[in-house]
Design a protein around this ligand. Structure first.
Ligand code: ADP
Ligand code: MG
Length: 325
């Protein structure tokens, strides 16, 4: 069982940032309004995620670390409202690291704690904690030393962690996020209003205060696919495409085709080594897109990729033209 979990971990948990993604998504699925992330050693020594969400009932704690146990499965695979649904993350993490989950539901009199180290489970036993959940991951990949060799160094892992948190944070403006790294990384995102102003404010906090004055609004619709968002003007660009964020029905996705379409939209106005900033939000019938191609990579597969490409290129070029660019 531990070996099966370690194999699954190889798929789901590629690096510290994957752990952060899974834990933050769990916190959001639990309805958290505050998510606090602390890391040390680029996440290889420590990742701690504390939330004020629903908590896990004492009797459910052993299930939370058991393989393929999820409280989130819906009958329709396309209609997945929550971010996680496979029940793979926690057992995978527990098989390659030292995992402690401390949790208390609102109506429980005390918190309970369960510990998994290299697949061995101890507890649940009583612990002290506020309502919500604290997940601590220490010594990531200690149980799979071969994995450790692939890590890129503390700085790169910290950057990847902060990128993951920013990507998610843009999609959840009403949630307060803090990220603190032992290496002085610090991200503090206050809870924003649940409206357009709040969404734009969160975006500015993530993409930088200079972004709004250098941004163009995107709002287009084609054959049932709605695209809204913000892209930067050609004079406001970066040397990499790290600050291009895409969301499908509210969940962060990574998609080469969207990235390629953004590049194509700017082809006439930007040199190849410059990249626009962008936050693009697609809404469409969930049956027309598969967001679950890979357990961890956030890849998407649109039923009609050509439509999406045309929509991205068309709407960005239109926005540039409207602004006389
Ligand atoms: P999944 O998210 O795919 O269900 P996970 O392994 O990530 O699988 O989590 C297993 C289960 O543990 C979840 O279905 C949920 O019931 C519970 N859980 C995990 N993290 C939290 C959390 N932060 N707050 C409340 N419940 C949680
Ligand atoms: Mg999960």
């Amino acid at each position: 069982e531990t070996v099966i979990n370690q194999i699954a971990a190889g798929e789901v948990i590629e690096r510290p940032a994957s752990v952060v993604k899974e834990l933050v998504e769990n916190a959001l699925d639990a309805g958290a309004t505050r998510v606090e992330i602390v890391t040390a050693g680029g996440g290889l020594n420590l990742i701690r995620v504390v939330d004020d969400g629903s908590g896990i009932a004492a009797s459910d704690l052993p299930l939370a670390v058991a393989r393929h146990c999820t409280s989130k499965l819906s009958d329709d695979i396309h209609d997945i409202r929550s971010l996680g649904f496979r029940g793979e993350a926690l057992p995978s993490i527990g098989s390659v690291a030292r995992l402690t989950i401390r949790s208390r539901t609102a109506d429980a009199t005390e918190a309970m704690e369960i510990v998994v180290e290299g697949g061995r489970i101890a507890g649940p036993r009583p612990a002290a904690a506020n309502a919500g959940t604290q997940v601590e991951v220490r010594d990531l990949f200690f149980a799979t030393p071969a994995r450790l060799k692939f890590m890129k160094g503390e700085r790169a892992e910290s950057t990847a962690i902060s990128d993951v948190v920013k990507r998610i944070a843009v999609a959840f403006p009403t949630v307060r996020f803090t990220l603190t790294g032992a290496d002085r990384t610090r991200l503090e995102l206050a809870a924003e209003a649940d409206d357009e102003v709040g969404r734009l404010h969160r975006l500015a906090k993530v993409l930088g205060d200079e972004f709004p004055k250098n941004a163009l609004a995107i709002d287009a619709m084609r054959e049932g696919v709605r695209l809204t968002g913000q892209v930067s003007i050609p004079s406001f660009t970066r040397a990499n495409a790290l600050q291009q964020y895409a969301y499908v029905n509210g969940r962060p996705v990574r998609d080469r085709q969207i990235a390629a379409a953004i590049r194509a939209a700017y082809a006439d106005v930007l040199p190849r080594d410059r990249h626009a900033l962008a936050a693009l939000f697609f809404s469409l019938d969930p049956a027309l897109v598969d967001v679950n191609v890979h357990p961890a990579k956030a890849d998407v597969r649109f039923r009609d990729p050509g439509l999406v490409r045309g929509l991205v290129i068309g709407s960005i070029r239109q926005a540039l033209a409207n602004a006389g660019m």
